[in-house]
Design a protein around this ligand. Sequence first.
Ligand code: HXC
Length: 514
Amino acid sequence: MSTKKNIIALRQKKAIVEKGGGEKAIEKQLAMGKMTARDRIRALLDEGSFHEYDLFVQHEEKNFGMDTKDLPGDGVITGTGTINGNPVCIYAQDFTVMGGSLGIQHARKITKIMDHALKMKMPCIGINDSGGARIQEGIGALAGYGEIFYRNTMASGVIPQISVILGPCAGGAVYSPALTDFVFVVENISKMFITGPNVIETVLGEKISQEDLGGARVHAEITGNAHFYALSEKECLQQIKELISYIPHNNEEKAAKVEPKKPKFKKNIENIIPSNPKLPYDVREIIYALVDDSKFFEVQELFAPNIVIGFARMDGETVGFVANQPMYLAGVLDCDASDKAARFIRFCDAFNIPLVTLEDIPGYLPGVDQEHAGVIRHGAKVLYAYSEATVPKITVILRKAYGGGYIAMNSRHLGADFTFAWPEAEIAVMGPEGAANIIFKKEIMEAEDPDAMRQQKVKEYIEKFANPFVAAGKGYIDAVIEPLETRELLLHALSVSRKKFDFRPVKKHGNPPQ
Ligand code: HXC
């Protein structure tokens, strides 16, 4: 009898805490077009799979009137559940409770679930909706963030870490996401900044809106902090589910295999690249023509669009694609594209996802802006990431492979396992016009008709070098292949690479360029 009484009391106690910051605060949250923290978890996880821990944890702060404040769950919900049957650890900050601000107990709930994720080797998802360090708690809040950042770093490369920004996230609330593998943002809802507009106004006397300072599009397009952009929370949660389907639970496993499917893209792969080598095309069409069901899950679609990265499946297994995009900046590598590609390559390598590189690159982007922005150190990240990666690495040169771009895009010299080239591939130090102008400068200048001489020399250069056969003749290209053979060869290369094991010198860790 008394057990029943206790059960009822427990249920009542739970119901009170589950109300979060109360009706008024919830109304405000909903009016902003946001779901509550608990609803977000319910909508993301398989029905009935969520189990919550530390519901009754309370803050211990006494200063600034905090001793009389009751903060349900200390502003964060933590637990475990499944997404399409895949186990995950999850936390969601509750903005209705003191702006989801982070005090030491709030942080301890998060670090506890992170420790659990690392021990149990499952992905950890953090839904961030927080004003950052709880100002009233001072050093306690800073300590809490430090402990989260430490665990983000320890878990990096061991379990996938996913951050979802679903509110105005400031201060420490953005640094933890920056340490994780994937960041999701939603139009009008997500804001990320180190210091909020009110602090900027106080310190710098400048007025700026949250949106302009660090809205979803700012981070999806300009800063590159975000990997996935959605128009609604619902769409965002769907994207997370899709990502989870492509990645493994941890670095000792492979992503789950699904039923293999043939590509359904209607365009003939031979007709995608225009016959004029100066004309652009959408490299995603080549990917659609190659992968199962023509499904490509693109990552950082809006940032540095001159390179395309993302997941697809071949014979039912996850593959990471890295492809130059001739539609933007002719597919060059610049600072942003290099950062984008390098981080993706390192993710795939850490989580046993083979890499397929589709190459059509005129080189690194020249110019003062890029040089001063550090294209040397940014570009070096691509060299480092490909060289370091030990997963199966396959390259297909579709068209141009010039200069540093040829080396950087997973060339044989950086450890590619298979390198294929299409018959119209041009592998050379630079484009024919530039090359002819330099090496035949004297002949062109001294000719009676310099333009005719230039044309002739360009033609000579194209015939000699702008083709795949010189590289193939030296064994740097394994096979010159027809476009229609590409899928078959990729499937074969992936299937014979399943047991790949590659050695690297023993070291504490490398020091990649930053
Ligand atoms: C305590 C906070 C808080 C915080 C918000 N609140 N942020 N309480 N500490 N950091 C409280 C508010 O007082 C308010 O309480 C409630 O949460 C909702 O906040 P509002 O300001 O009403 O909401 P909104 O207008 O939407 O603005 C959200 C915001 C703004 C942009 C996040 O609150 C803001 O700028 N907060 C401070 C952000 C910031 O600079 N944080 C940096 C902390 S330093 P009531 O009771 O009125 O409902 C930091 C250091 C770590 O994080 C660095 C690690 C490297």
